[in-house]
Design a protein around this ligand. Structure first.
Ligand code: NDP
Ligand code: HEM
Length: 482
């Protein structure tokens, strides 16, 4: 059906043709004065923003967090007060693959949540695993490069991956997880989300707690065996995006139950594991899950680029009552994300509708590329002309003075009594997995390490798994020998 709306150029001037350029005669050269042709192609040449340097492939949805329990004894944050319902956007992603890579490649999955709270945006930028491969942000670029593409042939390379993992043994917990069933969720709906880091909470009385977030899927955990994942990668590279979009479109709203683990502030000093080390969990037996509420996704994006590709999540977006812990990885991330957004999207990314706070924004920020809503005078603080002024009651930001008596130093974390790289992955293998899961773990490791891994690295792979669990390592050795 013909549209009644005439095509215009970008400033509303009607154009004469959607199909033919302006030429000198039917077969003659194109005229420079065809401004519409030039505008259309110039716009096209600039359609892409750089993809995210990690987590490039993803999809998103909108929904809400509803707090069903009373956890006000642990935090004063408005978003976590009983009965509060907060609008949200989530973006799920894979880490290493480029935008367009198959959803079902083995990889951790991102679970990035933005909550439009009454006190400003709170972003919880987590993964589907509670731990990570490294524990110091100085190693993050090295780790990521080992998972991406080689310099010479531009191929991903198992030798490079296992070389890095076996040289940095703090990776063992996350790699055990990755090679197990949860390394390939069947859909984004059927996986948990974890804040992963330890965060700081503060209640209205000024009392502080260390906490960890767990979003447990209400759909049940689902995983793909390697062979199925490989098949789906070929049949439908966008399997996760399609599943999420179609499920929500059909009126089925996936949900997660949100829990926290809470550690009293003073427990941190001599807890058996360093509680800020991102390669460790807090066993549930030590700090049980405390229910907070439910997280529901009920609305699809209407425009992928505007609402998902340009979504900008920032672990540094804390609201009063929530703050960072001394987890070194988290500290590194506080810098990394806003820096990436300024590069990837532009200085004024926070003004885009998906990133804009629903709370009033009264900042003195002004100008810069593509700024469209600018504060007027006065443009400086302090001033006598009615500009915003800071409220001293927020001066006690939720931050810890943990460890500040120490000297300035480059050092690994101070070890707590049970800290080592092998203990928790060993527990996962021996006490959480059953025989069938252990068999699949061995098969996945052998499959992954069989291609192109050089003999010295392969030897380290076997030792790595023997350190996690002797029997597991022996089976990996047997499998690799075949
Ligand atoms: P618990 O028995 O209390 O918890 C075991 C946890 O393992 C559950 O959260 C479970 O998640 C998860 N799990 C089950 N199957 C797998 C799998 N194939 N791959 C990864 N995780 C799985 O034990 P602890 O808290 O004492 O922890 C024991 C080990 O479990 C840890 O060393 C760690 O490796 C792993 N783990 C611990 C978590 C924690 O926060 N304490 C979180 C996740 C894993 P679910 O209930 O959703 O099935
Ligand atoms: C994305 C850096 C660790 C989860 C990103 C991006 C950067 C980055 C630069 C791209 C941001 C963008 O362009 O929009 C880092 C650094 C880390 C680190 C420097 C460690 C020092 C982690 C950890 C987690 C995580 C530990 C999870 C617990 C994510 C997620 C995204 C992301 C989910 C995608 C967000 C989205 O959907 O837009 N990271 N990261 N990262 N990171 Fe990290």
């Amino acid at each position: 059906m013909a549209s009644s709306r005439p095509t215009t150029n970008n400033v509303g001037i009607p154009v004469g043709s959607d199909n033919d350029s302006l030429t000198l005669g039917a077969n003659g050269p194109i005229l420079l004065q065809d401004h519409y042709l030039i505008e259309k192609n110039a716009q096209f040449n600039r359609e892409r923003v750089p993809e995210r340097v990690v987590h490039a492939k993803g999809g998103g949805a909108f929904g809400f967090l509803e707090v069903t329990e009373d956890i006000s004894q642990f935090t004063k944050a408005a978003v976590f007060q009983p009965g509060t319902r907060t609008e949200s956007v989530i973006r799920f992603s894979s880490v290493a693959g480029e935008n367009g890579s198959p959803d079902t490649w083995r990889d951790p999955r991102g679970f990035a949540v933005k909550l439009y709270t009454t006190e400003g945006n709170y972003d919880l930028v987590g993964n589907n695993t509670p731990v990570f491969f490294v524990r110091d942000p100085i190693k993050f670029p090295d780790f990521i490069r080992s998972q991406k593409r080689r310099a010479d042939n531009h191929l991903r390379d198992a030798d490079m991956q296992w070389d890095f993992w076996t040289l940095r043994t703090e990776s063992a917990h996350q790699v055990t997880w990755l090679m197990g069933d949860r390394g390939i969720p069947s859909t984004w709906r059927e996986m948990n989300g974890y804040g992963s880091h330890t965060y700081l909470w503060e209640n209205a009385g000024g009392e502080k707690f260390w906490i960890k977030y767990h979003f447990k899927t209400d759909q049940g955990i689902g995983y793909l065996a390697q062979a199925d994942a490989d098949r789906i990668a070929g049949e439908d590279a966008d399997h996760y995006i399609r599943d999420l979009f179609n499920t929500i479109k059909a009126g089925n709203h996936p949900s997660w139950t949100l829990y926290v683990q809470v550690m009293p502030y003073t427990d941190a000093a001599d807890y058996r594991f360093n509680p800020f080390d991102l390669t460790k969990v807090w066993p549930h037996g030590d700090y049980p899950l405390i229910k907070v509420g439910r997280y529901v996704l009920d609305r699809n994006p209407e425009n992928y680029f505007a609402q998902v590709e340009q979504a900008a999540f920032e672990p540094s977006n804390f609201v009063p009552g929530i703050g960072p812990s001394p987890d070194k990885m988290l500290q590194g991330r506080l810098f990394a994300y806003p820096d990436a957004h300024r590069y990837r999207i532009g200085t004024n990314y926070a003004q885009l509708p998906v990133n804009a706070a629903k709370a009033p924004v009264n900042s003195y920020a002004k100008d810069g590329a593509m700024r469209y809503a600018n504060p007027g005078d006065p443009v400086y603080a302090p001033n006598s002309y009615g500009g915003p002024h800071a409220d001293a009651s927020y001066a006690g930001e939720t931050v810890a003075n943990y460890g500040i008596e120490d000297e300035v130093i480059r050092s690994a974390y101070r070890l707590h009594s049970e800290d080592d790289d092998w203990g928790q992955p060993g527990t996962l293998v021996r006490t959480v997995l059953d025989d069938a899961q252990r068999e699949r773990l061995v098969a996945n490791i052998v499959g992954h390490a069989s291609a192109d891994v050089s003999p010295p690295v392969l030897q380290r792979v076997i030792e790595y798994w023997r350190n996690v669990d002797k029997a597991l390592g022996d089976k990996v050795a047997e499998g690799l020998a075949k």
